[in-house]
Design a protein around this ligand. Structure first.
Ligand code: IVH
Length: 673
């Protein structure tokens, strides 16, 4: 068969698959594929039908909305159809949408659009008569939905009657999205796991499963919330535009999403798309994109609807945050405190905009709770800049070859015994000199948030430890160029650069030094608390348990860890060696006086400065009341761009952030020379 001859069969196959998945998603609340996989099937079908219009039919899922109401609920008709939305997956496709409207309807470039977050929940339709809620329906197939009135009435945020703030039509159809906030979702899943029930894959599934309960008492116990964004067409007739509809909704007492905005032209839409994508990880609820709506209702009517979706609106999707992939193995890693961490080795897959091939599985307990086996298909999630996570195993895809995992009883790195601490879920290698622990302590010591030794990363540290050139942090400062150049792949120039970087790291701010030591329980936050209180390491060494627990935030465990760290002879010897090498941590500057030049400002640096090292610059910023940040965001007030700036400069300009030179910066903090 030629490729051409296979087309009709593929189209039929796609339709059958999509219908099956529609049923699972809309009726059973138990999808077997990710949203991203579903979107790909749909996209393939859309492009095939466009390329071969002879095969188009009215019955195709590309021309339908959702799935018919489930038999378990009473079905009822919407007053006007509830349509779906067409999707765009890139900025280019968003522009195409506008160009198409321009071509077909002679609209001008500066028309008003309303842009709204695309909430990832489930759409519902409410019918009010004389201001009283009469019926609440799911979308169903767009014409008829399931009557879930009793369940909807359990949602506190849903008005049973309209507030009289504005006149309202006698019959009113109002549309919104039922969602669960991320924090509520986390708690809900925690409780479910405690009670031995399977967790929900995501807030959307949890919301749909909760609303479509036969017993409203179950729904009432679920933390459902709701935002509103549209009127049914009959009710909308008396309004001039989408913006005034949103205002009327708010006036009647309906929750309208605070991020909705009225913008000019497609440029305004694309700007909001970027902004919203950046905000996405910080929002308390999940969104999967942005919705664009032509603002004027006259224009909406002129543009009209297709069978499945209006032609005047568009869903602009963001990169999917969940994907399915294969768990190929589980490696056990030994950390700097000896804790054994199982790590999932995954078939590489793009999720949330990056390719992921590994994800921490935390501990054995977690693997057992989620019933994760080697060889499983798993659901992988990466939300914004959050670390990738295996959400669940997809047990229905097992073929019997999957192997349960057990924690080794000997350290995979040094062979020493592994103990399981009663009060912790963790397994721990008991050998303080375990090469993996030694290596990890050194990596932590040299890292960015620690001593920040440029060029001394994981790979090089591993080689240095293996060649027995270093064993503890003090050794780093006694490395010589000759020793380094004897290593494979180390030229004399790189050796010199490394020695320079090591020397430059000798005067870190005290908090970074304390953090670098890797004392149990002392992370970045506690290091700062300690450094603010004790100006030198020697003073901290003399502090008693009681001195320490009197500090804000420091609990008994952290206090005990600090005291025993400094009592340990090996650690004292290491500190002496660091002192011998000339490593002296700098006391933190006194808090900036109110009204200092950078009070409350966020500063970002890029490029290589001529007059200052980064740590020095950081101290100047802090003295002036500001904070140094690591990456570009809207919260940055000034970007200091020195020689050879990186990509941060471009990003900052595109966000309209003020860019200063090194000299400007020195003037600003009052250190002219
Ligand atoms: S308007 C005629 N606005 O996305 C337009 N829908 O993929 C109808 N959704 O069925 C929908 N946020 O359940 C609209 N701000 C928003 C939305 C939104 C989420 C959902 C809605 C719709 C689906 C289409």
């Amino acid at each position: 068969m030629t490729a051409e001859e296979q087309i009709p069969a593929r189209i039929e196959e796609l339709r059958a698959l999509i219908e099956e998945h529609n049923k699972r998603y809309y009726q059973l609340d138990d999808p077997h594929i990710t949203d991203a996989e579903y979107d790909r099937l749909m996209q393939e079908l859309v492009s095939l039908e466009e390329a071969y219009p002879a095969f188009k039919t009215k019955a195709s899922p590309t021309a339908q909305v959702g799935a018919a109401p489930a038999k378990t609920f009473t079905a009822a008709a919407h007053l006007s159809p509830m349509l779906s939305l067409d999707n765009a997956f890139s900025e280019a496709q968003i522009s195409d949408f506008h160009e198409r409207l321009k071509r077909m309807f002679e609209i001008n470039d500066a028309i008003d659009y309303v842009v709204e977050p695309k909430l990832d929940g489930l759409g519902i339709n409410l019918i009010y008569r004389q201001g009283e809620l009469e019926l609440g329906l799911t979308r169903g197939d767009g014409l008829r939905g399931e009557d879930v009135t009793a369940n909807l009435k359990t949602i506190a945020a849903l008005p049973r009657r309209l507030e009289q703030q504005r006149d309202f039509p006698a019959e009113l159809e109002i549309r919104g999205e039922v969602i669960i906030f991320k924090e509520d979702f986390r708690k809900l899943n925690e409780t479910r796991l405690q009670q031995g029930e399977p967790p929900f894959a995501n807030p959307r599934n949890a919301a749909a499963g909760s609303l479509r309960q036969l017993d409203a008492a179950v729904t009432a116990r679920r933390p459902l919330d709701i935002f509103f964004y549209a009127l049914g067409s009959n009710s909308a007739n008396s309004f001039p535009d989408q913006w005034s509809i949103l205002q009327a909704l708010a006036g009647w007492g309906f929750k309208v999403n605070p991020l909705v905005r009225r913008v000019q032209g497609i440029k305004g839409c694309i700007e909001f798309y970027r902004e919203l994508n950046e905000l996405r990880p910080t929002l308390p609820y999940e969104i999967d994109g942005m919705v664009i709506k032509v603002c004027s209702l006259d224009l909406q009517r002129r543009i009209g609807n297709l069978s499945r979706a209006p032609r005047w609106a568009l869903a602009c999707k963001f990169a999917a945050q969940q994907e399915k992939t294969k768990l190929e193995g589980i490696n056990v890693q030994v950390g700097r405190t000896g804790i054994l961490t199982p790590v999932a080795i995954l078939k590489p897959v793009g999720v949330g905009g990056v390719v992921v091939s590994r994800a921490s599985l935390h501990n054995e307990e977690e693997i057992r709770r989620k019933d994760i086996r080697i060889g499983d298909w798993v659901l992988l999630q990466r939300a914004g800049d959050v670390i990738p996570e295996v959400v669940q195993s997809l047990a229905n895809l097992r073929d019997g070859s999957e192997i349960p995992f057990a924690m080794p009883d000997h350290c995979p790195e040094c062979g020493s015994a592994v103990i399981r601490l009663e009060e912790e879920a963790a397994h721990r290698c008991i050998n303080f000199s375990c090469p993996a622990q030694v290596r990890e302590r050194l990596i932590h010591f040299a890292s960015r948030n620690g001593m920040d030794i440029d060029g001394l990363g994981e790979g090089l540290i591993t080689r240095l430890v293996e060649s027995k050139l270093i064993g503890n942090p003090g050794d780093i400062y006694f490395l010589t160029r000759e020793q380094l150049t004897r290593l494979d792949r180390m030229g004399s120039k790189s050796a010199r650069n490394l020695i320079d970087a090591i020397n430059r790291s000798k005067n870190p701010p005290l908090n970074k030094f304390l953090y670098a030591l890797g004392i149990h329980h002392i992370g970045q936050q506690y290091s700062l608390v300690l450094a603010r209180h004790f100006p030198t390491v020697s003073e901290l060494m003399m502090a008693t348990h009681n001195d320490l627990i009197s500090l804000r935030g420091i609990g008994p465990e952290a206090a005990k860890a600090v005291v025993s760290f400094f009592q340990e002879p090996l650690n004292r010897r290491m500190l002496e060696k660091l002192a011998q090498a000339g490593v002296v941590a700098l006391a933190l500057p006194a808090p900036a006086p109110a009204g200092a030049s950078l009070t409350g400002k966020n500063i970002l640096f890029t490029g290589t400065m001529e007059k200052l090292t980064r740590p020095q610059a950081k101290i100047l910023v802090e003295k002036a009341g500001g904070m140094v940040k690591e990456s570009v965001s809207r919260n940055i007030d000034y970007l200091i761009a020195a020689a050879n700036p990186g990509s941060k400069l471009q990003q900052a300009r595109s966000l309209g952030i003020t860019v200063l030179s090194e000299d400007d910066f020195l003037k600003l903090v009052g250190e002219k020379n």
